[in-house]
Design a protein around this ligand. Structure first.
Ligand code: ZN
Ligand code: ZN
Length: 136
């Protein structure tokens, strides 16, 4: 999908077009349009033309309904304070949930990292020590 196509979808969506109409207008598949709109929480304003769940147009933090401005980037939060509150709360969660304490098998130094990184050593020096047998 090109940047221009994305812009067009956003414009049409904000103008109240349904997925099928946008797909037909731009000659794209309905699924492409649909998933793009979902990812970008494009709600559309014209309720008679667009049947979407309310939840997409509500503030992620407080659940208040958001009025989207046509032609503008769709809003996810009703206000700046809600946006900040949401990200502060979630950042905290992410860090607590995924960062794990590991012990370096070479120098027994403790370090924190994410399990998906598969890191075993605290530093490159320790990795090299273990790798090339520079350890007693
Ligand atoms: Zn809010
Ligand atoms: Zn180490």
């Amino acid at each position: 999908m090109t940047e221009l196509e994305k812009q067009k979808i956003i414009k049409l969506r904000n103008g109240g077009y349904g997925y099928i109409r946008i797909a037909q207008t731009l000659g794209m598949s309905e699924n492409t349009v649909k998933s793009f709109c979902r990812r970008n929480s494009l709600c559309g304003e014209n309720k008679s033309a667009v049947k979407i769940k309310d939840s997409g147009c509500r503030c992620r933090q407080c659940g208040k309904k958001i009025t989207q401005t046509a032609g503008r980037k769709p809003k996810v939060f009703c206000s700046d304070s809600c946006r900040i509150a949401y990200w502060t709360a979630n950042q905290d969660k992410v860090v607590r949930r995924t960062a794990v304490e590991f012990e370096c098998p070479v120098c027994h130094e403790k370090f924190k990292d994410y399990p998906r990184n598969n890191r075993k050593y605290c530093s490159r020096e320790c990795y090299i020590k273990r790798r090339y047998g520079d350890e007693p």
